[in-house]
Design a protein around this ligand. Sequence first.
Ligand code: ATP
Ligand code: MG
Length: 292
Amino acid sequence: MFHKIKKEELTWGESLGQGSFTKIFKGKREEYIDCDSHQMDVLLKVLDHTHRNYSESLFEAASIMSQISHKHLILVYGICAVNKDNIMVQEYVKHGALDIYLKKNKNKSRVNISWKLEVAKQLGYAMNFLEDKRIVHGNICAKNILLTREGDAMTGLPPFIKLSDPGISITILPIEGKLRIDRIPWVAPECIGNPRNLSLESDKWSFGTTLWEIFSPGDLPLNSLEPSQKLQFYQDYLRLPAPKWSELAHLINQCMAYQYSLRPCFRAIIRDLNRLITSDYELLSDLPPSEI
Ligand code: ATP
Ligand code: MG
């Protein structure tokens, strides 16, 4: 169930590029409550015409996100259907996606190890909330983490993130198709052959990959591999290059256990994140920040 938004409520703004199946725009929504009108910035995700057959999955993503509320989850206002277009209308997040932000700011002192730990913990809180409610997200990655506030190391103001909607589910993507293989190594190995295996456990694998992304200097994991090599990576039970911070590497390994029953619950993951003391990291101070 999701709210239907009238096209008259929306004003279209600049294009912000595209997602895997969508074109993305900034916009404004004028909402009328009783006789009062209220204007807000919104993000408009228009499902590409070529992927029109995936609209049910877009509705499903909107529906899941509209039913839950948490400070680290994006607000989805609803769906607007105009002619043959389906548009997801959601909260506009000022600093955009974390993957791009990390890449752009990798040499900025603000984006230090405490900043990254804070982002990881906030994602952990959002995931713990979903796990308690037994809701599977299905598409956890740095691209789907949005940055509401950059934070300020000088005043001790932490960054603030929101997890975005899962978008089109892997369960409906063609079984041997590139779009599905592209989700390696975020998607758990048990979901590649059988996406019906998407579960709370597979979200833990994706969380592990996302931790790896957060602590790397803006690199995409397995970026240089061809689709067949990515498949082989899982078949050979390989692991991403371990970060030099051994406590972090251990946590990532636990989340990315090939045997899904061994992956820890998010309560335990948060506990481990809280135990990661940045001073341990600083002991590795002979390493440049790009070689955590
Ligand atoms: P996918 O389903 O694969 O996640 P998507 O349609 O959600 O695809 P993304 O690739 O996640 O699209 O997002 C594309 C870009 O749009 C992001 O890099 C980010 O810059 C911008 N963006 C997405 N959501 C928001 C938002 N709520 N506020 C501001 N910018 C956003
Ligand atoms: Mg997205």
